[in-house]
Design a protein around this ligand. Structure first.
Ligand SMILES: [Cu+2]
Length: 120
């Protein structure tokens, strides 16, 4: 179980559901080398931001300043998610549809979007 936006989700159940749509799904990410580099750089930035938030909390920085930094880190992570989603649709999703696994591809995409509501 894990929490997402204050709501508890059982990610192990999601994984089990996703196993049902494995047929036709590529084994690995469809990220190009350029996109992967972009995503990794953005994640490095997010890590720096979360390290900064950690330090701010540790040093008792004013609450509203910490919350602004949390919002900024969240927005950066959302941008990473958008890049991954766009790449997924352009590569993995298309491959699944071409393999005749449209229903599974759509189900997987919709299940995932339920955990990425800020992207829809
Ligand atoms: Cu994908």
């Amino acid at each position: 179980m894990d929490t997402w936006g204050g709501v508890w989700y059982d990610f192990s159940t999601l994984a089990k559901k996703s196993e049902r749509v494995d047929k036709g799904r590529p084994a690995k990410s469809g990220l190009s080398a350029a996109s992967k580099g972009d995503v990794l750089n953005r994640l490095k930035t997010v890590r720096g931001m979360t390290d900064g938030i950690h330090k701010m909390v540790d040093e008792d920085v004013y609450c509203m300043q910490v919350l602004k930094q949390i919002s900024a880190a969240r927005a950066s992570l959302d941008r990473v998610a958008r890049i991954l989603l766009q790449n997924h649709v352009a590569t993995c999703f298309v491959a699944q549809v071409k393999a005749g696994e449209t229903d599974g591809a759509v189900t997987e995409l919709m299940e995932t979007l339920n955990f990425q509501r800020e992207l829809i």
